[in-house]
Write a protein that binds this ligand. Structure first.
Ligand SMILES: Nc1ncnc2c1ncn2[C@@H]1O[C@H](COP(=O)(O)OP(=O)(O)O)[C@@H](O)[C@H]1O
Ligand SMILES: [Mg+2]
Length: 298
C-alpha cells in the first residue's frame, strides 16, 4: 500500500476540519477529482515524541499512530476508522482516510447540537463506541484517548472511533507515561501508577457515557477524578446509571472489561437503531485539553 511517490500535490485542499491538538485535518480531493473526497491528517514530523516512533521491517521507522492504523487494516471494524493510505514528505506524514459523515462533525459538536438526546440515542452511540473498543482490545490495541472529539458520526447515527495518536500495542504495556486527555484519565493513572491500558479505556468510555447522557463532564479536575463522589444530575434508567457507576469504579478490580460492558443489561439486547438530527445548543460542555498540548514530553 505504501506509495513513496504520492505527495500532497496530488490533492486539492477543500477545507479545514477539526481542531486537533497538533495537527491539521483537511478535507481534500484528488486532482483530477476522479476518486472522490478524502480526509488528510497531517502529522508533523518534528512534533512526534521520541518514544512514539516505531521500527518496522517492511515500513521503516514510522509514527506509531500510522503503524497501528496499518495493523488495523487487517482487522477492520465498522466502528473504527479505516486508513486508506499514508505518505510523507520532509515535514509531515499524511494519513489518508475516507471521510465519515458530515465533514468536521464530531461527537463533541453533535452533543452541543442535540440538547435533548433520548436515552435510546445515547445507547446507540455508546453501544457502537463500546463495540469499537472491545474490538481493539481483542486484537491487542489500546486507544488511550477515547473522548467525544475522537468520535465522528454521520447523519444516520453511525459512529466511528478515530485518532490513534495516543494508541499503543497492549504487548508494550504496562505503561507509565500519561497520554490522552486529563478529563478522561483514570484515577490510578493520575496517581502515577503504571497501567495496562484496557481498564483505562473503560474508564474513559465511562466518562464519555456520562458526557453523552448529561452533556457535561462528571469531574472538573484531577482531584475530583481521584476523590469526588459521582454526581448524577437527574435520573435516567436504573440500568444506565448502574453501568455508568460500574465503569467509573475507582477500584480497578471492580471495573468491568469492555466485553462485560457489552453484556450489561443496558446493552445486551440492544440492536443498533437509528437516530434523529435536529438542533439546539448546550453550554455546560467544553472541549478538553489533550495531554499532547498540556503535558507534552512528560
Ligand atoms: N476520517 C475523518 N472523517 C471526518 N472527520 C475527521 C476524520 N478524521 C478526523 N476528523 C476530524 O478532525 C478532528 C481531528 O482529528 P484527530 O485524528 O482527532 O486529530 P488530533 O490527533 O489532532 O486530535 C476530529 O476531531 C474530527 O473532527
Ligand atoms: Mg483527536
Amino acid at each position: 500500500m505504501y506509495n513513496s511517490k504520492k505527495s500532497i500535490y496530488w490533492f486539492t485542499i477543500l477545507e479545514d476540519m477539526g481542531q486537533g491538538a497538533y495537527g491539521q485535518v483537511k478535507l481534500a480531493q484528488y486532482k483530477p477529482p476522479q476518486r472522490g473526497k478524502v480526509v488528510l491528517k497531517y502529522v508533523t514530523k518534528k512534533r512526534i515524541l521520541v518514544d512514539t516512533w516505531i521500527r518496522d521491517r517492511k515500513l521503516g521507522t514510522i509514527p506509531l499512530e500510522i503503524h497501528v492504523l496499518q495493523y488495523l487494516r487487517k482487522y477492520p471494524h465498522r466502528n473504527v476508522v479505516d486508513m486508506l493510505d499514508f505518505f510523507e514528505d520532509e515535514v509531515n506524514y499524511y494519513i489518508e482516510m475516507a471521510p465519515h459523515g458530515i465533514p468536521g462533525m464530531d461527537l463533541f459538536d453533535y452533543i452541543e447540537l442535540r440538547s435533548n438526546m433520548e436515552e435510546a440515542e445515547c445507547r446507540s452511540i455508546f453501544y457502537q463506541v463500546a463495540s469499537a473498543v472491545r474490538h481493539l482490545h481483542k486484537v491487542g490495541v489500546v486507544h488511550r484517548d477515547i473522548k467525544d472529539e475522537n468520535i465522528i458520526l454521520d447523519g444516520d447515527g453511525n459512529i466511528k472511533l478515530i485518532d490513534f495518536g495516543s494508541a499503543a500495542y497492549l504487548k508494550n504495556g504496562p505503561f507509565t507515561v500519561f497520554v490522552g486527555t486529563i478529563d478522561y484519565a483514570a484515577p490510578e493513572v493520575l496517581r502515577g501508577q503504571s497501567y495496562g491500558g484496557k481498564e483505562q479505556d473503560v474508564w474513559a468510555a465511562g466518562i464519555l457515557l456520562y458526557t453523552i447522557m448529561f452533556k457535561e463532564n462528571p469531574f472538573y479536575d484531577s482531584n475530583e477524578i481521584i476523590n469526588a463522589e459521582l454526581r448524577i444530575p437527574y435520573r435516567l434508567s436504573e440500568e444506565s446509571e448502574s453501568l455508568l457507576r460500574r465503569m467509573l469504579s475507582r477500584d480497578i478490580t471492580k471495573r468491568p472489561t469492555m466485553e462485560e460492558v457489552l453484556m450489561d443489561p443496558w446493552l445486551k439486547n440492544f440492536d443498533a437503531d437509528s437516530s434523529l438530527w435536529p438542533s439546539s445548543l448546550d453550554k455546560n460542555h467544553s472541549r478538553s485539553q489533550s495531554a499532547d498540548s498540556t503535558a507534552a514530553g512528560q
